[in-house]
Every structure is written in C-alpha cells, then in structure tokens.
Design a protein around this ligand. Structure first.
Ligand SMILES: [Zn+2]
Length: 128
C-alpha cells in the first residue's frame, strides 16, 4: 500500500461499500460494514481496491518497525476482503504477534515517551 493511501482521518461511514458474492453462497451479497470501524478501531478501508488494512500495522511497516517473519501481509500490503469470514479474520489479526508489536511501537511507546517527557523534561533532553 502506498504511503499516500494511509490517511490519519477515519473513513467516511456514509460511503456505500460495494457488495460482492462469495463462493460458498453465491446468492448472498456481502460488503464491508461501517460498524466494523467501531469494533476494530484500527481498520483502514481502501475504496480503490475494496479491502481492509490495519492502520497500525501499515504505519509500523512504513516506519520499518516490523520484523519480517511475523508480518501479516493481508492487513499490511495486500488488503483483506473476505467479508464472509471478516469477524474471524479481524479477531485473528488483532491477536497476532504482528499487530501486538505494531500497537506497542506505534501507540503505546510514543504515548509513554510523551508522558515521561512531560513528567521529567530534564531527563528526556539527554535521550536524543
Ligand atoms: Zn494490525
């Protein structure tokens, strides 16, 4: 995924997500659901390819903070679009080592650093 395709703003919920049928039940059309944004706040939806990415993992990948052997490429580069088993796919990604590490790198550590810097500004000056 190109870095320009990773906005920091949430995806507009009013977007009409395209519907597709899946092999198992060809008559049932499925699409991405806006409610998934509430349950999995890290989801980034790409209109271009009608697929979901993980905002946190993609960001960690951009900053070269992920180690190669545990990258969940479906959510980083290729895009996840199996809406039929989406809940399972999202749960599975959220529990993955890749995602856990990315959360630490992108969300937990920077917040911790800011908190410490505010509390002990004289110490943090030396860290650079
Ligand atoms: Zn992730």
């Amino acid at each position: 995924m190109a870095s320009s395709d990773l906005p920091d703003n949430p995806h507009p919920r009013s977007f009409t997500f395209p519907k597709r049928s899946f092999e198992k039940k060809a008559t049932v059309m499925r699409s991405f659901r806006a409610s998934w944004f509430d349950k999995w706040t890290w989801i980034h939806y790409s209109e271009c390819i009608d697929a979901a990415f993980c905002h946190v993992c993609a960001k960690a990948e951009q900053q070269e903070k992920l180690q190669g052997f545990k990258k969940d490429l479906a959510f980083i580069r290729n895009g996840f679009s199996n809406w039929e088993d989406a809940t399972e796919g999202f749960c599975c990604h959220e529990k993955s080592r890749c995602h856990q590490d990315a959360v630490q790198m992108i969300i937990v550590l920077p917040t911790l650093y800011v908190t410490l810097a505010n509390r002990y500004p004289w110490r943090m000056l030396k860290v650079k």
